[in-house]
Each structure stands twice: as C-alpha cells, then as structure tokens.
Design a protein around this ligand. Structure first.
Ligand code: NAD
Length: 82
C-alpha cells in the first residue's frame, strides 16, 4: 500500500487496523493522511507516535457520525492544503 501523491481520509485511524493503515500510507508518501477518530476505548494515539507531527499527517478527534463536523473537517482540509 503506497498512497504516493494522493490525499486520503482514514476513519478509525487510532484503532488497531486504522493506525497501521495510517503509518503505512504516511511512510508510502501519501500527500496527506487525514485521520478522523473520536478516540473511544479502542483508540490509542501511542500507536501513531511515529508519524505524529509529520507534514503529511493529521488527526482530528471527531465522530464520523456527525455530518456537520465531517463537512467542516473536509472544508478545513481543502482550504489548508490547496
Ligand atoms: N492485539 C490485537 O491482536 C488486536 C488489538 C485490537 C483489535 N484487534 C482486532 O482487530 C479488529 C478490529 O480492529 P479495528 O481497527 O477495526 O477496530 P478498533 O476497535 O481497534 O478501532 C476502531 C477505531 O475507530 C474509532 N471509532 C469508533 N467509532 C468511531 C466514530 N463514530 N467516529 C470516529 N472514530 C470512531 C475508535 O476510537 C477506534 O480508534 C478486531 O477483530 C479486533 O479483535 C486485535
């Protein structure tokens, strides 16, 4: 899984599978990996320490069931990474 040059939204990216996906996409050179995770008991930011702070990675603590919140994240991402 590379992801080179593309912008990718990962939901549940602080979970077991999602954190591995985020790490791999960032290492693979994705233009931007946007992780939306509300951090339930299953979310663990420790598994993302190696990519935290990298220019092509960002985490938003938000519920993907919140439509307005998701639209706001997407608008913000579009503005800040145009
Ligand atoms: N050590 C291990 O072997 C291990 C550890 C954890 C999980 N697992 C297995 O992995 C599989 C599940 O992994 P997974 O990564 O799919 O799930 P997960 O439960 O590990 O992670 C789900 C993630 O989604 C987030 N989330 C949940 N609802 C959300 C919402 N509405 N909005 C935003 N974020 C939300 C949670 O905060 C969490 O970070 C299961 O089979 C489980 O048994 C194995």
């Amino acid at each position: 899984m590379g992801g080179g040059g593309t912008r990718i939204l990962v939901t549940g990216g602080a979970g077991f599978i999602g954190s591995a996906v985020c790490r791999q996409l960032v290492a693979g050179g994705a233009a931007r990996v946007v992780n939306v995770d509300k951090l339930t008991y299953a979310g663990n930011l420790d598994s993302l320490r190696t990519i935290e702070g990298q220019a092509n990675y960002v985490h938003y603590r938000a519920d993907i069931g919140n439509e307005r919140g998701m639209l706001e994240i997407m608008r913000h991402e579009r503005r800040s990474t145009r």
